[in-house]
Design a protein around this ligand. Structure first.
Ligand code: ZN
Length: 413
């Protein structure tokens, strides 16, 4: 195999620890890169003689795949953190505050763009290689160093009138714009189905906030709760909610019945899902993305990570926006998950922040693990805590609780 390769175009990345994520961690390992793609991953002593003439980059810590942020809203970065008014504030109160701030400040396109670019750059610096960005507007391509950004345009239509307007927008979208829904409480069944149909034709990801608040089910199934009041205040209650279909047992059951759940759908948050709901999501092969930092900030509760794992769903991980997550760091999300779910293994948490996210957003051919054929865009982590680690178990432990690594190095051939 090696005889077919011009060794001068091969580059070796060597480190005390190489974590491919989808296979065993390697002590004193190497990642062999050829023309922008990983050619091999293995122990240093297996490749050092084969590629003895190739340049070597030495990392003193860990080599691992870049992080995948599967849920963020870059356009909201301009708002900064939107705080809850008091400990009893609901998620609806926070949505109201966010909309008020957005309306009151009247940010210019330039300001929105600048803040989004800065946020994307911070994500890049922290080791994120790709992110799934959802927004109500289409941002122009961002300048500077950013992760690979996959953008979705979020449509909202909680009433018949708003649905008709959104359907017109959907019809007029350019070919390279990929729409998605916002949430079951803000988007009518007809609109969700139409967006999903377009996404299916385009083979695009369909990402939806699901069960982030208990009040979502109250609105959809019973016509009560804070989202009901919210829509009433905005004069947007016209019979769309509660749902006319009274045979739905839950929000997830409803999404399943209107046929928007499949392997290209990502259900984001999923804090208030039952065992039956998780069974439905697993059966539909839908992806789940957890946002523990945002959930904690908004005080909505913790997702049932252990139950998802028991149903063979490894959720992806997302920060959500700066408006509901002051840290906005995938390292912080991992550390928070370790704190909130101490029984979950570090390697599972690391898989959530890498390969699970890459699979959810359909980029596993390039990202999510260190494997032959994948992109040479990966990261190195250097930190004095890692330099004293003596076992694979210890390294994985450190990485998932470290929160702020001393040095994140971006590699790309
Ligand atoms: Zn979100």
């Amino acid at each position: 195999m090696s005889t077919l390769v011009d060794h001068s175009s091969v580059v070796l990345y060597r480190a005390p620890w190489v974590i491919p994520v989808t296979s065993q961690t390697i002590h004193n390992g190497v990642v062999v890169v050829h023309r922008g793609r990983i050619k091999a991953v293995g122990p240093w002593n297996e490749f050092s003689t084969i590629y003895s003439k190739s340049p070597i980059y030495n990392c003193s810590g860990v080599l691992m795949p870049g992080l995948v942020n599967a849920h963020i809203h870059l356009e909201l970065s301009v708002l900064g953190v939107v705080s809850q008014e008091n400990p009893n504030s609901t998620m609806c109160d926070w949505v109201r505050s966010l909309l008020q701030k957005r309306l009151a400040c009247q940010y210019s396109e330039e300001e929105i763009h600048f803040a989004a670019a800065k946020c994307a750059h911070n994500q890049f610096e922290s080791g994120v290689v790709v992110l799934l960005d959802t927004g109500n507007t289409t941002l122009p391509s961002l300048s500077g160093e950013t992760p690979d950004i996959h953008s979705l345009l979020e449509l909202i239509g909680p009433s018949a009138k708003a649905t008709q307007a959104a359907l017109l927008t959907l019809d007029g979208l350019a070919e390279d714009v990929f729409p998605t829904g916002h949430a079951p409480y803000s988007t009518s069944p007809q609109l969700l189905q139409s967006i999903k149909q377009r996404a299916s034709v385009k083979k695009s990801v369909f990402s939806l906030h699901v069960e982030e608040s208990r009040d979502e089910a109250l609105l959809l199934l019973q016509g009560e709760g804070c989202f009901y009041d919210f829509l009433q205040d905005r004069d947007a209650l016209d019979g769309t909610f509660p749902l006319a279909v009274n045979s739905c047992k839950s929000v997830v059951d409803y999404l399943h019945k209107i046929e928007v759940l499949d392997e290209k759908t990502i259900c984001v948050h999923c804090v208030f899902v039952s065992d039956d709901d998780i069974q439905i999501l697993a059966g539909a092969k839908s992806h789940v993305c957890l946002c523990p930092g945002s959930n904690k900030f908004l005080g909505v509760g913790k997702a049932r990570l252990e139950t998802f794992l028991a149903h063979d769903i490894i959720p992806a991980l997302g920060t959500d926006s700066l408006a509901s997550n002051p840290e906005l760091s995938m390292w912080h999300e991992m550390a928070l998950l370790r704190e909130e779910h101490p029984a979950v293994a570090p390697e599972t948490i690391l898989a959530m922040a890498t390969i699970a996210g890459a699979s959810a957003i359909g980029r596993e051919a390039d990202y999510g693990s260190l494997e032959p054929g994948k992109s040479s865009n990966f990261i190195g982590i250097e930190d004095k805590k890692i330099s004293t680690a003596v076992s694979e178990k210890e390294v994985l432990e450190i990485l998932t609780v470290i929160d702020k690594p001393e040095r994140v190095i971006r590699y790309s051939e």
